[in-house]
Design a protein around this ligand. Structure first.
Ligand SMILES: [Fe+2]
Length: 265
């Protein structure tokens, strides 16, 4: 791939009870699909270093499931990132598919997940971890939905109570960041209690039209909702990345790949 752009968002996590002493940033990666910007993603890593993030957050599809799943670019990126940063990672539909169908994809998920975990990636497979930054409590959750939530026609309906069953309840007094690959279920994520959800999957709608937005999802759904950008609902936020790579349909028009940087204030 030739180039990507950096998109910045500002998200307030402090309130009258919890004050952030100084801003910090997180880099958010999604849908790399095993693409490399320069050898071993040298250009992407350089840009991430320039941002000096406190965290790296990953919302899945870092590779593309295939008969011979290629994972060299995704693994080498995780290898470099974990040398410098805390990396929190939730699977997308591609990683999940590899996990659920070993008869089709062999041991590739086991190989990939064991490798990135051994490098120090915090792989959140319907799980969470709590951390503190400047005495501010954060919990980072990884939601992994099964294939029925990604179907082209007749998707399953996701509710907040279903997320409760999968993840448990978010506790009071924490800022909750939910890594959830598919943005379509923002209502459920927000009602469940995610203060900030980070999603990808739609690749920005591949072809972006002025005043309209994304035209089509990689699953060929027209005018996907929540295709790229920052959305707010009752104080809860969703950031959708246009993603860093492509697969199958290699089209991006008026829709450059993007590296998302979130400035927390
Ligand atoms: Fe996806």
């Amino acid at each position: 791939m030739s180039n990507f752009k950096v998109t910045r968002y500002r998200v307030r996590i402090g309130n009258e009870n919890r004050v952030l002493e100084r801003p910090f940033s997180a880099v958010f990666l999604s849908d790399l699909h095993n693409v490399s910007y320069g050898e071993n993603n040298r250009l992407l890593l350089q840009e991430i270093r320039n941002e000096n993030p406190a965290l790296v957050l990953v919302a899945g599809d870092m590779l593309t499931a295939g008969r011979e799943t290629q994972m060299d670019a995704a693994v080498s990126l995780m290898n470099e990132l974990t040398k410098r940063y805390q990396v929190y990672y939730a699977n997308g539909n591609h990683e999940h598919r590899m996990k659920e169908k070993p008869e089709k994809y062999g041991a590739s998920y086991e190989r990939y997940s064991n490798t990135i975990k051994s490098l120090g990636v915090h792989l959140l497979e319907n799980g969470s971890e709590r951390l503190e930054i400047q005495r501010m409590a954060l919990r980072i959750w990884g939601l992994e939905l099964d294939q029925t939530y990604f179907r082209r026609g007749g998707r399953s309906v996701l509710t907040a109570s279903r997320i409760d069953e999968m993840l448990g309840r978010p506790e009071e007094g924490c800022f909750h960041i939910l890594l959830a690959h598919h943005p379509a279920y923002f209502d459920a994520y927000a009602s469940w209690g995610a203060d900030l959800t980070l999603s990808g999957h739609l690749h920005g709608g591949m072809i972006r039209l002025p005043f309209v937005g994304g035209l089509v999802s990689p699953q060929m759904r027209l005018f996907p909702k929540y295709d790229k950008g920052l959305y707010t609902k009752k104080g809860k936020k969703l950031i959708v990345s246009a993603g860093l790579g492509n697969h199958t349909v290699n089209i991006r028009i008026n829709n450059p790949p993007e590296l998302v940087v979130i400035d927390f204030v």
